[in-house]
Design a protein around this ligand. Structure first.
Ligand code: SAM
Length: 289
């Protein structure tokens, strides 16, 4: 008997599809349509508003790169703010670092946290029970607007700039987020696949380069974030972070009590090297900024 397929609707004229073995959860939450289903190729898959968010098979790539690049570049991060990240993958990787003393995670949709723990437990892997976590169910924009604390690292693991995630790609968000960042802090955020969503990284670069000494991007190859390399935004007032030697990164990595499956010091330093078409666009943005 033919099984149904889940067709991602991120792009109008192009997309990926997953054969659905079994739907584990599907509901219209207060903020978005949430579905979690099983697929023979990628294990358990979560999608929000028609866009693939994470799969149990390839989630480690994105979560390791979104976390270990800024945290190991910083070297002394104690306090981290996560905006979004409801599946708990970013939280899991942050809490592995022996320098981390506190994580505030601001997720707008409680249903994503609850259903991820129930149907995707391997992704958070118990991280939500960590005493260092302060979980806030709220709009990340409201949180940074009112925030009086400082964080060494801010990681925005949001949906794409559609629906509730849209506000997290605005000047307003980035300028308030900077107020919550400690001196020498680092901000990183998911910014889509640069080959197909170039307007995303162009807009982010325009916004971040007006706020920080160093606005850049780094790459990760995530199979289920289609369209080529996933482009992760990077911003800090400390330009030296991106110039760290592989030996420094390796020393810090080897001092950590965890192993990785995608991230390593060589990938860390090479991830900042961008394709020429991206460089050309960034230069253009900076020139007209
Ligand atoms: N790794 C995925 C990606 O790169 O597309 C994102 C995964 S994570 C599930 C995205 C999370 O962002 C969702 O849980 C969603 O509810 C949350 N989110 C979207 N807009 C938000 C907002 N304004 N404030 C806080 N969380 C938000």
């Amino acid at each position: 008997m033919n099984k149904p397929w889940y067709n991602e609707t991120l792009f109008e004229h192009y997309g990926q599809r997953f054969e659905i073995e079994n739907i584990l959860f599907e509901n219209q939450t207060a903020h978005q349509h949430l579905v979690i289903f099983e697929n023979k190729q990628f294990g358990r898959v979560m999608a929000l508003d028609g866009v693939i968010q994470t799969t149990t098979r390839d989630e480690f790539i994105y979560h390791e790169m979104m976390v270990h690049v800024p945290v190991l570049a910083h070297g002394f991060a104690k306090r981290v703010l996560i905006i979004g990240g409801g599946d708990g993958g970013i939280l899991r990787e942050v809490l592995k670092h022996n320098t981390i003393e506190h994580v505030t995670m601001v997720e707008i949709d409680a249903a994503v946290v609850e259903m991820s723990q129930q149907y995707l437990p391997s992704i958070s892997d118990g991280a939500f029970a960590d005493p260092r976590l302060n979980l806030v169910i709220a709009d990340g924009m409201d949180f940074v607007r009112k925030c009086k604390e400082k964080f060494d690292i801010i990681i925005t693991d949001s949906t794409d700039p559609i629906g509730p995630g849209e506000i997290l790609f605005t000047d307003d968000f980035y300028s308030h987020a900077k107020r919550c960042l400690s001196a020498n802090g680092i901000i990183s955020s998911q910014n889509g696949a640069s080959f197909l969503q170039e307007w995303e990284f162009e807009g982010t670069h325009r916004r971040l380069s007006s706020l920080y000494e160093d606005s850049w991007f780094y790459l990760a190859g995530v199979p289920t974030y289609i369209g080529g390399f996933m482009t992760l935004a990077w911003a800090t007032d400390n330009k030296a972070y991106r110039q760290l030697s592989i030996d420094t990164i390796r020393l810090r990595y080897n001092n950590q009590p965890f192993k990785t499956r995608y991230y390593n010091p060589a990938i860390h330093v090479s991830a900042f090297h961008l394709p020429q078409h991206v460089l050309d666009k960034l230069e253009l943005v900076t020139e007209v900024a």
